[in-house]
Design a protein around this ligand. Structure first.
Ligand code: ADP
Length: 897
């Protein structure tokens, strides 16, 4: 705000309008014209316009930002007879404001001053300061520590279509990871749910297509539609080849046209938002369409893999198993859990490393100890590459790379025989950084400022030239102190001080009473009520000496900074290698720690169709029970081999059916993600797709009832599940009338058994379904055991062969505190219903329908309430105080009876 460049000429025209829209450029002052020009180029962004120590926003931008940030909307100057709405945020606090705007879905173009005012003046008295947009901040292109969650990836993704095929490309700007994957249209939703992009680029053409409407609508807040021309596959190829300086991309894999289009659009967008600065991207890695277990969005949500239904990390599977130490490790674990593998060899390679570290406690502890001293170099490096880094990012490199030599020794000393591939790979990738680390250690001082601009981060002793300049600067400061003593002595004013401020620079200050003692050589600069300020030629000379020494020192520090960043960039591949190795070691050691402390076992993973879990547990429920002193979790077996690949699980509500279903799905996910599993033993034939129909939340946002959601999800499963899938179905058909629901559940079981032929767990309270066991060869019946004790039901949480003979719904209702009258009445009704059903074979279900009308219970007359009757009879005005007292006793007596 203290920028002297006037934005708008003062305008005294009367009749202010509540102006907000942009005025025509010809009406503007030069500074205004500059603003309008930049704003026009970035119409879809809020323009953060740098003016001195503030970023200012004008016109509609100001109105929107003031509301979004809850800051004051003021006005600055007038334009065309109207006030110009304005708001501003201080530059030093801009990051926090930026983060709030981005979270609310805004994009922000950051416009900086590209020169000092003095330089502008040199070009002419009227010339305004040159400004330019240096960056466009969007949700997917953030790299600042303060804007990112250290333990989560933030992906920028692009979807493209070419030759009728679809592909996704995604990258983490702050780590450089870059992936491409072809996707089939039906699998797109699941792939997006896995990647969970912070921002998704799509060609406008696709946004308009009806078949993409619903899918993209769901990701609306993250969507950035771009002109379809930006998704040209040939341009994409050229862009990628140029970026990675290769003649042909074949070295990285063979990519389909849609993949090139998506990858190219992504890289293009990064260049656009970073205004030409190129981030350090790793070469694209191609993920085959079937390389990971496909898990649709609803299943991810319902199983609460990485966040709970309410959107928190705590309470999710990820948070229950996460023992990683570093941010990079946490991000990698999240990535692995979101994308379980399907190749047994790759899965076993991960498990080997976990096993190795689970067995070697000493090595694991030592490793984790080292990791605690390793700051996040992935993100530090990304910031440095985008010219957004500071001295502390260099320090992160110094500290973390400084640990690699010790780590390599540690791993090298470990028992060599049968060392897992992953460990050997990590040992190699940690790399050799001694010389660079040594240089960083010598260069960086003990206290590091957050920003580079003011210097003060290069250590003494690093450069003789810098030391000399600093000496000169400090020496001159000492000379100022000496000068003050001398002037005080010479003038006889003991209280004389030499001070400094930004306007006057150095000056001599005395109180007005002493002013006349300062005569020869003292030039008055400023007279105030309580102070008089002077300068002298001598002080002026000293000042310029100090200033020039300080300026030269800072300039030199900045040069060293650039040199160090330059060296870091030339070593970027080695640094990235070390970062990846550290993250992998962190994840392996964390999973080993988890396995040991939580008694997890190594699953045998192969490409059979087995699914045999002994003593399986639910990791989140188990932890919750422990934390809440809710007792021990009862482990349960689950064996879906031939002959019983479809389990029909009956039992009352609250018995643990849904926990059992979910725990088996989670065990499959954990195993294929490369983790040990909460069980005594487990053998898992790779699952290619996991389907679930659990939970029953209304999807009102999409205008669907609970039952509709249930049917849509069930339909997807029955249409898509193949023999390698794992399906868990909880309480199908509950959202409709009993016979409707039972019929749907019945037909679903038959279809799963005969057509899908996949491994499945089917929980239901329709115990009638168990009749199917006789007919369906691969169906087996299991039930949650309960014990009836003194008229109450005790849940044992044990899965046992057999079928429940009843639902115990009324018992649960009693437990939940329904009024005893209602519970009693329900028992009567049930007795009637059960009698009516006796002898009625299940095959004649439809004939039983009239039963409901025959037994429809009559509403009972409520018994009169004596308390209410007595109260009703009172006539307050006719009561004496004594009567009233007696009445109170009577009423009290009635409440007891
Ligand atoms: P259902 O699906 O049969 O209604 P849930 O699976 O929701 O039942 O389980 C109800 C509660 O019972 C859970 O919240 C948990 O506290 C407890 N529970 C479930 N399974 C077990 C188990 N194996 N051991 C101990 N407690 C369990």
């Amino acid at each position: 705000m203290n920028d002297p460049t006037a934005l708008v000429a003062p305008d005294s025209a009367p009749g202010a309008a509540a102006a907000a829209p942009l005025p025509p450029p010809e009406a503007a002052t030069p500074a205004m014209a500059q603003y309008l020009d930049l704003k026009r180029q970035h119409a879809d962004c809020l323009l953060f316009y740098r003016m001195g120590d503030f970023y200012e926003l004008f016109f509609e931008d100001a109105v929107k930002a003031a509301a979004a940030l809850d800051i004051q909307l003021t006005k600055r100057g007038r334009h065309e007879g109207g006030d110009i709405p304005m708001c501003g945020v201080p530059v030093h606090a801009a990051e926090a404001y930026l983060s709030r705007l981005i979270r609310q879905g805004f994009r922000v173009a950051v416009c900086e001053q590209m020169e000092e005012l003095a330089e502008a003046k040199k070009r002419g008295s009227k010339a305004g300061i040159r400004r330019a947009v240096v960056r466009i901040v969007t949700p997917g292109t953030i790299t600042e520590e303060g804007l990112l969650d250290a333990r989560r990836n933030n992906y920028l993704a692009a979807l493209a279509e070419a030759q009728g095929e679809l592909a996704l490309a995604w990258l983490e700007l702050s780590t450089g990871a870059f992936r491409l994957q072809p996707v089939a249209a039906p699998a797109l939703a699941a792939a997006l749910a896995r990647i969970e992009p912070g921002e998704l680029l799509v060609p406008e053409r696709l946004v308009q297509r009806p078949d993409f409407f619903e899918l993209l609508q769901e990701r609306k807040s993250a969507l950035t539609p771009l002109p379809s021309a930006r998704f040209d596959s040939e341009n994409g190829r050229k862009r990628l080849e140029a970026l990675f300086a290769v003649r042909a991309l074949d070295a990285f894999g063979s990519f389909a046209r849609a993949e090139l289009a998506a990858g190219g659009a992504l890289v293009d967008y990064v260049a656009l938002t970073q205004q030409g600065r190129v981030p350090l991207l790793q070469p694209p890695r191609r993920l085959a369409a079937d390389a990971v277990m496909e898990i649709d969005a609803a299943t991810r949500r319902n199983l609460e893999l990485t966040q709970t239904l309410t959107g928190e990390r705590k309470g999710s599977l990820l948070s229950a198993i996460d023992r990683t130490i570093t941010g990079a490790g946490a991000r990698l674990l999240g990535e692995q859990l979101a994308a379980p593998l399907t190749d047994p060899a790759a899965i076993n390679a991960r498990l080997d490393a976990v096993g190795f570290l689970a067995e070697d406690e000493r090595l694991r502890d030592a490793l984790r100890q080292v990791l605690r001293r390793c700051p996040d170099i992935e993100r530090a490096m990304a910031r440095l590459a985008l010219a957004r880094g500071g001295p502390r990012d260099l320090a992160a490199l110094r500290d973390t790379l400084g640990e690699t030599a010790g780590l390599r020794r540690l791993l090298g000393d470990a028992a060599a025989e049968a060392k897992p591939m992953l460990m050997l790979g990590a040992e190699r990738d940690l790399g050799e950084h001694a010389a660079f680390v040594e240089r960083l250690r010598r260069a960086l001082g003990p206290e590091l400022p957050l920003i580079t601009r003011d210097g003060g981060f290069i250590a003494p002793g690093y450069s003789a030239e810098l030391d000399e300049l600093r000496l000169l600067r400090d020496e001159s400061r000492r000379m100022v102190a000496n000068l003050q003593a001398r002037y005080a002595a010479e003038t006889g004013v003991a209280s004389l001080k030499i001070r400094h401020n930004n306007v006057l620079g150095y000056y001599i200050e005395v109180t007005p009473v002493h002013a006349e003692k300062l005569r020869q050589g003292f030039i008055n600069r400023q007279s105030m009520a309580n102070a008089m300020r002077f300068s002298t030629v001598e002080l002026g000379e000293l000042e310029s000496k100090i200033a020039s020494a300080a300026d030269r020192a800072v300039a030199l520090e900045l040069k060293f900074f650039d040199d160090l960043v330059g060296e870091a960039k030339t070593r970027s591949a080695e640094v990235a290698g070390a970062a990846t190795a550290l993250a992998r070691l962190d994840v392996a050691a964390a999973l080993a720690e988890l396995a040991v402390t939580e008694r997890y076992c190594r699953p045998a993973v192969d490409d059979s169709l087995a699914f045999a879990v002994a003593g399986g547990r639910h990791p989140v429920v188990e932890a919750a029970l422990r934390a809440g002193n809710g007792g021990v979790f009862v482990g349960n077996d689950c064996d879906l081999t031939e002959g019983q690949r479809l389990w029909l699980l009956t039992g009352p509500n609250m018995a643990g059916k849904s926990t059992f279903l979910r725990q088996n799905a989670l065990i499959a996910i954990l195993a294929q993600a490369g983790s040990y599993v909460p069980a005594e033993r487990a053998r898992i034939g790779v699952v290619d797709r996991l389907f679930s129909r659990v939970g029953a939340a209304d999807d009102l946002a999409r205008g669907r009832s609970t039952f509709m959601v249930e049917m849509v999800e069930t339909g997807a499963i029955l249409n898509q599940a193949s023999a390698r899938a794992l399906v868990i179905l909880d309480e199908i058909g509950r959202g409709t009338a009993t016979f409707d629901g039972l019929s749907i559940a019945w037909a679903t079981v038959e279809h799963l058994h005969d057509v899908n032929r996949c491994r499945a767990l089917f929980a239901t309270h329709y115990h009638e379904l168990t009749a199917l066991a006789a007919k369906l060869q691969h169906l087996a019946c299991f039930t949650m055991r309960v014990k009836e004790w003194q008229g109450d039901v005790v849940f044992l949480h044990e899965v046992a062969a057999g079928a429940a003979d009843r639902s115990y719904g009324i018992h649960v209702a009693k437990l939940a505190g329904l009024p005893p009258a209602v519970v009693g009445r329900a028992e009567e009704v049930l007795a009637v219903l059960e009698k009516g059903e006796q002898g009625g074979a299940l095959t004649r279900l439809a004939d039983d329908l009239p039963l409901f009308s025959a037994a429809r219970p009559q509403a009972r007359e409520p018994k009169p309430d004596p308390l209410a009757q007595t109260l009703g009879a009172i006539e307050p005005d006719a009561l004496s105080p004594r009567d009233a007292l007696e009445l109170i006793y009577k009423l009290k007596g009635l409440t007891k009876s």
